[in-house]
Ligand binder design. Structure first.
Ligand code: F1P
Length: 289
């Protein structure tokens, strides 16, 4: 079994540990205006966190790619998400934060580089990963954030364990194009799922906000496309997509359980193409310039 597969399979256990984490300040205190920053996977987690937090009524929340962010709006807290704690763009962005603004980092390891730049670090050591391709660090962070923001996550770990125990049920060799659609906080998951396919399987994947898919991108849907929708949707949208010959996967299971399934798909696709999901091409565990 690949390291990536083993880490994917460990998620229900890791999530149970995550939910025991008591230090929630890195997710922002009620009423604060918060900015989450990250790169790649961590940028998508930042986007999901921002939607979850703002929709829970806990305060204005922005997310930004660390590589694109420049100081402008005033924040009560700036939080960097970085598994490694050493990503160059994240460190560069933190160095630009106004000196009076409280800062935090959420990492999987204690790394001096980020530690030196923030006031506090939440280290989710139990969710650290050997694989370059991130799976359980972002998902553990997301389930913890959902709980911290007052969402009910009862039974999600158990549902993921039950899903992992079953075959994936998708014949990956039937597809040459993978599209992921999400809405609200699941748009970040859709972006993450598409990134898994690119990283692990070097395959053509895309992601869009759910209803934006009909505004152009559907033009390249074809019988080799798998269109994966996070959440259950209107039958007429599904009919529009199926009319292109594409296959739609849409179900009502918890979005994090669906993310686990999407991670499994990326690994299965890599293996079907003779690739090692533990060794993504042109990628390193953390990007340091
Ligand atoms: C982020 C990152 C990911 C990428 C890969 C390597 O690093 O570059 O975006 O998908 O997994 O790590 P980090 O700042 O979260 O350590």
């Amino acid at each position: 079994m690949s390291i990536t597969s083993a880490e994917i399979a460990s998620q229900p256990t890791v999530w149970a540990q995550a939910l025991l984490e008591q230090d929630r300040s890195a997710f922002g205190l009620a009423g604060e205006r918060v900015l989450f920053l990250g790169c790649g996977t961590s940028a998508f987690v930042a986007e999901s966190l921002a939607v979850l937090r703002e929709r829970a009524g806990l305060g204005e929340t922005d997310a930004a790619y660390a590589s694109e962010w420049t100081p402008g709006r005033r924040y009560d807290r700036v939080v960097a998400i970085t598994r490694s704690g050493s990503t160059s763009e994240v460190l560069a962005a933190l160095a630009l934060v106004d000196a009076g603004t409280p800062t935090a980092a959420i990492t999987a390891v204690t790394h001096e580089a980020v530690h030196a730049l923030v006031d506090s670090t939440l280290v989710l050591g139990f969710a650290d990963e050997e694989s370059v391709v991130q799976t359980r660090f972002p998902s553990a962070l997301l389930i913890l954030a959902r709980q911290a923001y007052g969402y009910d996550v009862t039974g999600v770990s158990e549902a993921a364990a039950a899903a992992i125990a079953e075959p994936l049920g998708i014949e990956v060799a039937d597809f040459d194009h993978f599209v992921y659609l999400g809405s609200g906080w699941t748009y970040g998951l859709a972006q993450e799922a598409a990134l898994k396919v690119r990283e692990a399987a070097q395959a053509w994947s895309e992601s869009y906000p759910l209803l934006d898919y009909r505004h152009g991108p559907i033009a390249v849907a074809h019988p080799g496309s798998l269109v994966w929708i996070f959440g259950a949707v209107e039958p007429d949208l599904i009919a529009d997509i199926e009319a292109t010959g594409a296959t739609v996967r849409s179900d009502a299971s918890d979005p994090l359980v669906q993310l686990v399934q999407a991670q499994r798909l990326a690994v299965a696709l890599a293996e079907s193409r003779g690739l090692d999901p533990d060794k993504p091409r042109h990628l390193t565990r953390s990007v340091i310039l």
